[in-house]
Design a protein around this ligand. Sequence first.
Ligand SMILES: Cc1cc2nc3c(=O)[nH]c(=O)nc-3n(C[C@H](O)[C@H](O)[C@H](O)COP(=O)(O)OP(=O)(O)OC[C@H]3O[C@@H](n4cnc5c(N)ncnc54)[C@H](O)[C@@H]3O)c2cc1C
Length: 393
Amino acid sequence: MPQRHKTQVCIIGAGPSGLLLSQLLAKTGIHTIVLDRKDRAYIEGRVRAGVLEQGTVDALEQAGVAERLHAEGLTHDGFELAFDGVRHRIDLKALTGSAVVVYGQTEVTKDLFDARFADNQQFFFNIDDVVPTELKSDQPQVHFTQDGAQHVITCDYIAGCDGFRGVSRAAIPNDVLKTFERVYPFGWLGILVDQPPVSHELIYANHAHGFALASMRSETRSRYYIQCEATDCVSDWSDDRFWEEFATRLGPDAAANLQTGASFEKSIAPLRSFVAEPMRYGNLFLAGDAAHIVPPTGAKGLNLAVADIRLLSRALIEHYAGNDHYIDTYSETALNRVWKVERFSWQLSTLMHQFPENSPFERRMQRAEFDYITESEAASKAIAENYIGLPLE
Ligand SMILES: Cc1cc2nc3c(=O)[nH]c(=O)nc-3n(C[C@H](O)[C@H](O)[C@H](O)COP(=O)(O)OP(=O)(O)OC[C@H]3O[C@@H](n4cnc5c(N)ncnc54)[C@H](O)[C@@H]3O)c2cc1C
């Protein structure tokens, strides 16, 4: 016999989406159970995003987990685009009145876990065989096993926050779910190094050898990336090879400030644009990477996940207060914004990378677009307002 549990909202996935949802719902007394196939240490250790929009900062404030973010986050009033070493600064503050904050996803996750543990949140970690069922009934269930024992959670709603490779999206019948995908023909090789960043602000660089990004996690820790072959392995890239290529792509001006050292993390991420529609099926809601993926150019993945959770938490809170308007419109409202963010991430990726299929014509098109952005305040502003984050709805 399975062990039985009951909750209002069963959240599958303890990444930033699931943790933030649980935290925001707990603030209004809504009970949740959070499940993850990994454990806390593993989830906290995943090195991923690092640039937070103001809307994300607002959500973390609302959740009561922004204290360390305010103390340690780095506010950036701008960032740079570079083309063959020519640099153009997008002045976010002057163009939009807003800024972004550099604070790692590892830290956001840690702050959320601390808050959920302090609140005695009920978690099940290291679980397997997760299956959401009865999605169209008013008592949906989530089945899973932990250490060989079977469990069933009965709830009002299931929040599928289990990332791109989770089970929630797959629980929506094929004749309902529509997916849209573009897989890019290259990857990003990223390293972490304990050296001061090459520049105070991020630099996104397009060079004939491929894309490079100079980012950071703090004033003493840098996060650097280069475009690599989709088939490359980490072992193909010694630190020396990475530094040489990275400096070339940044251009001599920026590279003059580069301080190299031994990397302590090195990984390759594939690049993909993906959207699943709808984001609700019966009493299952999808949020974050479970519903959509963007290429990391423009730093939208985590921010988009948080925007979904802002909409979903409002929908659930209003539902329990007797108003179903937001729950009924969640999928449509979220997707409206998702597609615009997908467009921006795709556009910036297209502008900044070398595509194997590109002819010299496309390269000239990239250069013309870069020149237009540097000369036109309107073009710079269009990039700036997407970068700082579009309105929630
Ligand atoms: C390698 C990599 C690098 C990235 N770099 C950037 C970046 O530089 N900038 C940026 O903005 N974004 C980046 N992203 C995207 C960003 O990290 C994600 O958008 C963000 O993590 C989404 O949060 P999430 O909670 O929706 O999903 P996730 O963080 O993927 O969390 C999903 C959780 O669900 C759990 N799970 C999965 N399957 C199951 C299951 N069957 N049962 C139970 N639990 C399950 C997983 O263990 C995980 O903890 C990157 C993503 C990756 C993968």
